[in-house]
Design a protein around this ligand. Structure first.
Ligand code: GLY
Ligand code: MN
Length: 369
């Protein structure tokens, strides 16, 4: 999907919501709608125009990156405010939507008459009815086009290479922090623009914390090591988790691992277009429950991934919206036992017209090192 067709999507929403314009302030949404990767910008979209505003630090970058919008560089916040206000007045924009999930309570200012520069958004809209718009662009972002999926696939491939690299570094004595640093250095050296989030490397009983942070804890014989990490390519994230055992392996390691693996297989087998998102969770959770570990799986089975690591659609059990071709999701059941350890297995996958294209290729079978 080109930038122009994304802007067309916004304009269809403007018409459906009967508003005259949308002011976009969320920087990830601005990136999606313009290509701009800087940290400060405003984007005003009307049925027949799109105006982008940033500051002097970004004059060259915006000229290179922004497409589909007229680029304006302002020397001060007040200048942006004045420019937007004069468009609101000059074009008689009566109903202007703003991203209500992005602006803060403080930004409303003490009144509609707040002086320019006091707040971030609302003063721009003086004279117009400010219409809260929650998630309009996020909904457009939910269904990825072929280029976006290609970027995510490359990020997933880098992640697979990273796992193949780091699994060989696992041995008693190496610490979580050393493994996390080594993994990140490898991935960034291989071309990842950054990490989708701070990598999780959790050894022994720390693996029972689903979102553990790497510590100086050393890897031990007879314990798990859990890796959860993602790469970024063209701004798009990947996400994967693998858990391995540092021998000797015992029956409980194997039994819980095989349960989580079966749950993950059930989730992957369920995910296809038209299936309610919550059914993926239900399918995976049933396997864990049937094995007697219901309480050990205390998070949702997955989430959408794109320019952000967590985005729509959510795969929580109560979500009834159907999966659609172009959704990119994770399937990541786990089972965690405080004081012993935990297992999670996570793949990234794109929903296709016929089913599911699993982008993660790292082996899912139990690895004992
Ligand atoms: N893989 C980390 C998360 O999904 O929260
Ligand atoms: Mn995840």
């Amino acid at each position: 999907m080109s930038i122009d067709s994304r802007l067309d999507g916004v304009r269809r929403r403007l018409a459906a919501e009967m508003v005259d314009a949308l002011l976009v302030t969320n920087m990830i949404n601005i990136r999606y709608l313009t290509g701009f990767t800087g940290t400060n910008a405003y984007l005003l979209i009307t049925p027949n125009s799109a105006r982008f505003y940033s500051d002097g630090r970004y004059a060259v970058q915006a000229a290179r990156q922004v497409s589909g919008s007229e680029v304006n560089i302002c020397v001060s916040h007040a200048e942006v405010s004045d420019a937007l206000s004069s468009i609101v007045k000059g074009q008689k924009l009566r109903r202007v939507a703003y991203e209500s999930t992005d602006v803060t309570v403080a930004s409303r200012g003490p009144s509609w008459e707040a002086p320019p520069g006091l707040d971030k958004v609302m003063t721009y809209l003086v004279g117009a009815e400010a219409v809260p718009a929650a998630g309009w662009i996020e909904e457009l972002r939910e269904v990825k086009d072929a280029d976006e999926i290609a970027s995510i696939r490359r990020a997933a491939e880098l992640g697979d290479a990273g796992f193949d690299y780091i699994r060989k570094k696992v041995k008693p004595g190496v610490t979580e922090r050393e493994l996390a640093l080594d993994l990140e250095f490898f991935l960034r050296s291989e071309g990842s623009e950054g990490m989708s989030f701070d990598p999780i490397v959790a050894a022994a009983e720390n693996s029972a914390l689903p979102h553990a942070q790497p510590t100086d804890r050393a890897v031990e014989s007879g314990g798990f090591v859990l890796f959860d990490f993602g790469c970024i390519v063209d701004g798009y994230c990947s996400d994967m988790t693998r858990t391995l055992v540092v021998g000797p392996l015992d029956d409980r390691h194997r039994e819980v691992y095989e349960t989580v693996l079966a749950a993950q297989s059930a989730g992957l087998a369920t995910a296809s277009p038209g299936v309610p998102c919550g059914d993926v969770d239900r399918a995976a959770r049933r396997v864990v429950e049937d094995a007697g570990y219901a309480e050990a799986f205390m998070h949702g089975v997955g989430h959408g991934v794109g320019l952000q690591i967590h985005e729509a659609p959510s795969l929580k059990i109560d979500r009834k919206e159907p999966l659609e071709p172009g959704h990119v999701i994770t399937v990541e059941p786990g089972a965690y036992f405080e004081g012993w350890g935990g297992i999670r297995i996570e793949d990234l996958a794109a929903v296709t017209p016929d089913g599911l294209d699993v982008l993660s290729r790292a082996p899912r079978e139990l690895i004992v090192v």
